[in-house]
Each structure stands twice: as structure tokens, then as C-alpha cells.
Design a protein around this ligand. Structure first.
Ligand code: SAH
Ligand code: SF4
Ligand code: F3S
Length: 456
């Protein structure tokens, strides 16, 4: 990798001397926390190579790190891409690159080549670790595409430029083996593979030395972490190792598949001082019949039992979830099952999505529900979600809680936005010096899904 990074630096500095200024770059992220973490690597390489970051569309290099979880993610990329065409016309030396999950789909790459011929570099999720070389190829050959089908390579040695100095995501595993029938992720992110615990601990230790106080362990299903390692280890064990790292104050993780959430994990969470009081536990559907068709491998009762077990040990924990409405064959009765679970589980928040057909997945071939009916069902679910989430999250009002201050409020910079252990957002009056610090805040007003509070 180093060799290519050096070559890249030379290419960029030659360009700088021709145009008489530093080159600018824009990295735009679509999709989940994994993509956000990948983008920090893209920006790390670009910064090291000499680029200056910008938000502007007239940058010298633009890369979109794409997502294809639902069709609207793809449409946003095409929309943004179309808007870049005039900039490229004005500045022909501008370079445009696409990477990430969407690029792992053959039909997408074909469409880009046919309709967006001005894109200069295309690569996928499996060869992101090779970004310096891919950039060199692009500059040397003008246009370059390289997509790998899958990989078992785990290489995490790219320079990283973090969005926040005080918190960071960290990959503990890649890919997914679950093949939920609606989901494209196993096809675009490949088979599940875990990083060795020693490497994870080492990376977190160096992050902490660099000022990080909160980390988020990332994987499509962290509960199956370690299964395929030479020396298998459970996710709960990994957490106990992470807990011991001095200077680290908060631990989060995403995502937990309900079928693999162990009693050991519940016990480790309940006795931890650092693991945040929050678990994201995607339900997807409350109907046992739909869950079966989704290949989720749990049912309505076992999900509710799991929630009961978690709350028994951690009564105050925040549980959030994802819900899909409009999965093939879903009837009103099954939607009512989902609503029943929402009411009983009392989620702190639920991200509700309309089912989106993903070509190549088993559900794409199943009988689809009329979009009008789906919209009706979606509105029904959403109103229950909003009502129950509000009721549940209100329990914090009047309490004094620990808040990690994250950034100045966008519309009023005399306020700081931070997060409670439960992941609930808090706005508090205070100066930018607070950013990165964990402070005690009294929650004085509840606004439906976030709080305002005062420093105590
Ligand atoms: N690995 C995580 C989910 C990653 S995708 C897990 O298993 O929980 C994030 C969310 O997107 C999923 O939880 C699901 O609710 C939603 N999603 C995935 N595929 C979808 C599709 N085809 N249509 C609508 N929503 C989808
Ligand atoms: Fe997709 Fe299911 Fe894997 Fe999550 S667990 S990424 S929903 S296939
Ligand atoms: Fe999207 Fe890929 Fe994440 S499809 S949700 S960016 S794993």
C-alpha cells in the first residue's frame, strides 16, 4: 500500500504545481455506520495524498461511497451524479469516483457506464483497502474500474481521518451470512469474517491514545462475532476485553441480530460500567409468519421474551429497532402483529422502512403487496411507533444524566448537541469547549424525541 501512496503523493504534487494551488476533494457517504467508517479511510488517504477537504461540488476529486439497501438510496446517488455533469464540463481535469455497496451490483455498473460516462473510477466494497492503488490507476489510465466478487482479505492499514476526534466506529467483522430474504447486504458485502480480538484491542488502544472516549463496535450482526475465527471467541468476551481498556469511557455496538443475542451478553452488559444503556435490536416484523418468510429465525414470542429478559436485568435500558412494512404477502393482520409487538416492547425509537425490492434476493420473486395498501400500513405503524417511543423516552425528564457533548447546534451555536448513554439526543446551553467531554446534565424539557437540559 505504502508504495502506491507515495506514487499518489507525487501525482498530486505535480498537479498542484501545474494549477498553482492545493487540490480539493469531497467525500460523500450514503448508508450505514460501516460506510461512514469506510469514508474516514477514503478521506484519510486523500488527506495524506495532499488533498484539502471541501463540501463543494466544484472539487478536483469527488467520491460517493454508495449504499443500495433500498432503491431510494440508489436514486439519491443518480440524482447527485447528474448534478455533477456541468461541473465536470467546466473543469475537465476534475475526477469523479464511485465506490461502496451499489457498485457490487453488475446492473448498476453497466448503467453508470452507459448513462454517466463521465465517472472516472469505480470500485466496490471488497477492494477499498487498495484505494491508493486504485487512485493511481485512475490518474495513469484516465478511467478505471475494478470490482471484486468477494474476498477473505482483512486489511485495516489505511490512514484514517475521523469525523469526530473523540469518538470512533471500529469494524470488528465484515460481511453477513444471514441472508434475510429481503436484504442485499450479503450479496454486496460478502461472507461474514471477524477480525482477531488482539487487532481490535490494539486499534482501540491507539484510538484512545489519540483522544477517543467512545467507540462503536461495528458489524452486520455483532452477536455472531468470533464464530469463524481460528480460536473462536464470543462477542460478550470481546466486550469484557474492550471494557478493560484504560481511558475508554463509552462502548456502543451495532447491530444485534435477535436470533444470536446470548444470556452471556445480557449479563456482561448489565454488569458493565462502560457499555452504553442502549441496544439496537431490529425486529423487522412482529408476525411469526412474515419473520419466517424473511428467514429471520426468531418469532413474535421469542422476540418479546428476549426483550423481557433484557429488561429484567436492565430495566432502564433503551431498546431501538428497525421495522419493514410491506414485505411480500404481508396482510393487515400481520401488520397488527407488528403493532402489537411495538406496544409491548416499548421501543425508545423505531426506524420504519417501506419494503424495497432488491434484485437478486429471494423476496424479489415473491408476490408483492399493492403499494397503496403498503402506504396505509406504513402510516398505521408509524403513528404507533411515534406515540410509544415518545411515551417511553419521556421517562428521563427531570433526571440528571451523563451526556457526551458532540457538536455545536446547527441552528443556534450557543447550544451543544450531545448524547446520553441511551443514545437520546440532548441540547444544552454551553460553549464549544465542552465538545468531546462527558458532563452531567439535568434534563429540563422533553421535545418528543430529544431533550434540552442544563449543565449541573
Ligand atoms: N444487519 C442489520 C441491518 C442492516 S440494514 C440487521 O440485521 O439488523 C438496516 C435496515 O434496513 C434493516 O434492519 C432493515 O430494517 C432495513 N432493510 C434492509 N433491506 C431492506 C429492504 N429491502 N427494504 C426495506 N428495508 C430494508
Ligand atoms: Fe441484511 Fe439480515 Fe444480514 Fe442484517 S442480518 S445485513 S438484515 S441479511
Ligand atoms: Fe447500505 Fe451497504 Fe450499509 S447497502 S446499509 S451501506 S452495508
Amino acid at each position: 500500500m505504502d508504495g502506491y501512496l507515495e506514487t499518489l503523493k507525487k501525482i498530486i504534487s505535480e498537479k498542484e504545481s501545474i494549477i498553482g494551488r492545493k487540490l480539493t476533494c469531497q467525500v460523500t457517504t450514503f448508508g450505514c455506520q460501516m460506510n461512514a467508517r469506510d469514508s474516514e479511510k477514503l478521506l484519510g488517504v486523500l488527506s495524506e495524498a495532499g488533498f484539502i477537504e471541501t463540501n463543494s461540488d466544484d472539487a478536483d476529486f469527488i467520491i460517493y461511497n454508495t449504499c443500495t439497501i433500498r432503491d431510494n438510496a440508489n436514486q439519491r446517488v443518480y440524482g447527485r451524479l447528474g448534478a455533477l455533469k456541468p461541473y465536470k464540463k467546466k473543469n475537465p481535469s476534475m475526477k469523479i469516483a464511485l465506490c461502496g455497496c451499489m457498485m457490487q451490483e453488475e446492473t448498476v455498473v453497466e448503467k453508470i457506464k452507459n448513462s454517466y460516462g463521465f465517472v472516472d473510477l469505480i470500485f466496490g466494497t471488497h477492494n477499498l483497502f487498495d484505494f491508493p492503488r486504485l487512485l493511481v490507476e485512475m490518474y495513469e489510465r484516465d478511467k478505471y474500474t475494478e470490482i471484486w466478487d468477494d474476498t477473505d482479505i482483512i486489511k485495516e492499514d489505511l490512514p484514517v481521518k475521523r469525523k469526530y476526534p473523540f469518538k470512533s466506529g471500529i469494524n470488528i467483522m465484515f460481511g453477513c451470512n444471514n441472508f434475510c430474504t429481503y436484504c442485499i447486504v450479503p450479496y454486496v458485502r460478502g461472507r461474514e469474517r471477524s477480525r482477531k480480538p488482539e487487532e481490535i484491542i490494539e486499534e482501540i488502544e491507539s484510538l484512545v491514545k489519540d483522544g477517543v472516549v467512545e467507540i462503536m463496535l461495528l458489524g452486520q450482526n455483532v452477536n455472531s462475532y468470533g464464530n469463524n475465527l481460528e480460536n473462536p471467541i464470543s462477542f460478550a468476551k470481546l466486550l469484557t476485553m474492550v471494557e478493560k481498556i484504560d481511558g475508554l469511557k463509552r462502548i456502543r455496538f451495532m447491530t444485534s441480530h435477535p436470533k444470536d443475542l446470548s444470556d452471556e451478553l445480557i449479563d456482561v452488559m448489565a454488569s458493565s460500567k462502560k457499555i452504553c444503556s442502549h441496544i439496537h435490536l431490529p425486529l423487522q416484523s412482529g408476525s411469526t409468519k412474515i419473520l419466517k418468510a424473511m428467514n429471520r429465525r426468531y418469532n413474535k414470542e421469542s422476540y418479546l421474551e428476549l426483550v423481557r429478559k433484557i429488561r429484567e436485568k436492565m430495566p432502564d435500558i433503551s431498546i431501538t429497532t428497525d421495522i419493514i412494512v410491506g414485505f411480500p404477502g404481508e396482510t393487515r393482520e400481520e401488520v397488527l402483529d407488528t403493532i402489537d409487538v411495538i406496544k409491548k416492547a416499548e421501543f425508545d425509537n423505531a426506524f420504519t422502512f417501506i419494503y424495497s425490492i432488491r434484485t437478486g434476493t429471494p423476496a424479489a420473486k415473491m408476490e408483492q403487496v399493492d403499494p397503496e395498501i403498503v402506504k396505509e400500513h406504513f402510516d398505521m405503524v408509524l403513528s404507533v411507533v411515534q406515540e410509544t417511543a415518545k411515551k417511553r423516552t419521556e421517562r428521563f425528564l427531570g433526571r440528571t444524566v451523563k451526556v457526551l457533548c458532540e457538536e455545536a447546534n446547527e441552528s443556534d451555536d450557543t447550544f451543544i448537541d450531545g448524547r446520553m448513554s441511551s443514545n437520546t439526543v440532548v441540547h444544552l446551553k454551553g460553549s464549544k469547549d465542552l465538545i468531546g467531554k462527558i458532563v452531567d446534565v439535568k434534563l429540563t424539557e422533553f421535545h418528543g424525541f430529544y431533550y434540552t437540559g442544563e449543565l449541573v
